[in-house]
Design a protein around this ligand. Structure first.
Ligand SMILES: C[S@@+](CC[C@H](N)C(=O)[O-])C[C@H]1O[C@@H](n2cnc3c(N)ncnc32)[C@H](O)[C@@H]1O
Length: 446
């Protein structure tokens, strides 16, 4: 289709470009993408989605005209709902070859997910199994419009925090990201990631994030693992792959769980099947690392106030059961039937459990019980807008928010900010050697 005028970005005649109607993204709108000079315009396109969300001008051209030029959808991250270029770049893969020559990259930071990140010729480059401050040689394995991924070839300048990974599967197995990093540094990386999320996403400029509470056992801490069977193999999937890795022993699992793995390997598992091997007999959500779960429990207990508690996303009552003996009233909300059944079986007289969606029930439970404290322990997606709204409408004096995703934690804390002051944030290393980050935040009513 012939189009008149000049492109507002490069001032070439618009007909020099092809504007394609690209894939239908979330929100149901089509996206117009300039296909001529794709690098430049692709960059604008991806960035434009973020600008719409944040109101920040484009860093290169400074223009805000993008934001009303096309009625673009705002691309949201699947887990956290935070505005993200991720879905946008999914449409912009560029062919690559594994024979590409090695590049040299200096790693500046560790990204969420655990990959080291640096720049090669201005291009953002993710290199797994590296540490900030290192200079490494790597080969590009995937190119996207706004970043590339590279595989580590060799470390040219190692970090003082580099350690020998004890696991023979490390680097191929998708489970661990940090065995090449000394444990104290893993803790610092996780603390810094929580602080960065609070600053960048939550706009909390002043809050101090305490050093992460270490796991009493940096290895052998997992009280359960899930293994899969395929093609005569039994184990975990390789990193970013559907290829199964045959695992004889997992150093993150406890001795009891590894003994169950050895027994399962003797008996065998039908192809396509998976099996969760646990120390106990549970079938509902349970904390994976008992040592850190105990420390988290003590922390939450210290920060509750008054004598009544609503425990939202209570699972089978891990927190509620522990606090009930010292409180007048505890009410739990959870949508998993087996979890609620288990919570009710083990409840004291002052514990009540409500089966259903927190988004539907929280307001009613807060109105009926008027608790002094609210405990929020949602899944990685964090809190929906209804949960925030109902909390702000019936605000308990204290909130303790336990999170396994710093990005959604930061987003939700900023949404709660009209009614609550952020008092402190404490990371817990529930999952050593992996890139998972757990943190608790304490909020006081304004
Ligand atoms: C991170 S786990 C926390 C469980 C519990 N606090 C514990 O420590 O054992 C999140 C729990 O929230 C439940 N859940 C997730 N979304 C929910 C929702 N919208 N309404 C109610 N429960 C939900 C899950 O079934 C799971 O048990």
């Amino acid at each position: 289709m012939a189009r008149k005028g000049k492109c507002h970005k490069c001032h070439k005649p618009k007909n020099a470009h092809t504007v394609t109607r690209r894939a239908r993204l979330e929100g149901g709108h089509n996206v117009g993408v300039h296909t001529a000079d794709t690098e430049r315009h692709g960059d604008h396109g991806g960035r434009r989605n973020i600008e719409l969300a944040t109101g920040v001008q484009h860093s290169r051209c400074g223009s805000e005209r993008h934001s009303h030029r096309y009625p673009l959808p705002i691309t949201r991250h699947r887990f956290c709902g935070i505005f993200s270029p991720v879905a946008f770049v999914a449409f912009s893969r560029v062919a690559f070859s594994r024979r590409d020559p090695a590049i040299t990259v200096t790693i500046d930071d560790i990204a969420f997910g655990g990959d080291g990140v640096g720049r090669w010729q201005h291009e953002v480059t993710f290199v797994p199994f590296t540490i900030e401050g290192e200079t490494v040689q790597a080969t590009v394995v995937e190119r996207r419009r706004r970043f590339q991924r590279a595989a580590l070839v060799r470390v040219l300048k190692p970090s003082p925090h580099r350690a020998d990974p004890p696991c023979p599967y490390f680097g191929r197995c998708g489970g661990c990201a940090y065995q090449h990093m000394a444990y104290p540094h893993q803790l610092e990386v996780k603390r810094a990631q929580v602080a960065q999320a609070l600053r960048r996403i939550g706009q909390f400029r002043e809050v101090e994030v305490a050093p992460a509470v270490p796991s009493p056992q940096p290895f052998g801490y997992r009280n359960r693992i899930t293994v899969h069977a395929e093609d005569g193999k039994l184990g975990f999937y390789e990193l970013r792959s559907h290829t199964l890795l045959d695992i004889v022993r997992c150093p993150l699992a406890s001795e009891a769980v590894n003994a169950k793995l050895a027994e399962l390997r003797r008996r065998g598992l039908p192809p396509g099947a998976h099996r969760t091997l646990r120390e106990g007999a549970g079938t509902t959500f349970e904390q994976v690392n008992d040592g850190v779960a105990r420390l988290l429990l003590e922390y939450v207990g210290r920060h509750l106030c008054g004598d009544s508690l609503v425990d939202a996303y209570c699972g089978s009552g891990f927190f509620a059961h522990a606090f009930a003996p010292r409180l007048r009233m505890v009410a739990g909300i959870e949508w998993s039937e087996p979890a609620v059944a288990s919570a009710r079986r083990n409840a004291c007289a002052n514990e009540t459990y409500h089966l259903g969606d927190v988004a539907a029930l929280l307001g009613e439970v807060l109105r009926a019980t008027k608790p002094d404290s609210l405990l929020l322990d949602p899944p990685a997606e964090g809190l929906g807008p209804e949960v925030i709204e109902q909390t702000l409408a019936q605000p308990p004096a204290r909130i303790v928010y336990v999170s396994c995703n710093p990005a959604t934690l930061a987003r939700d804390l900023s949404r709660l900010a009209p009614g609550y002051r952020l008092l402190e944030v404490q990371p817990f290393d529930m999952f050593p050697q992996t890139a998972e980050v757990e943190a608790a935040a304490v909020l006081g009513k304004r």
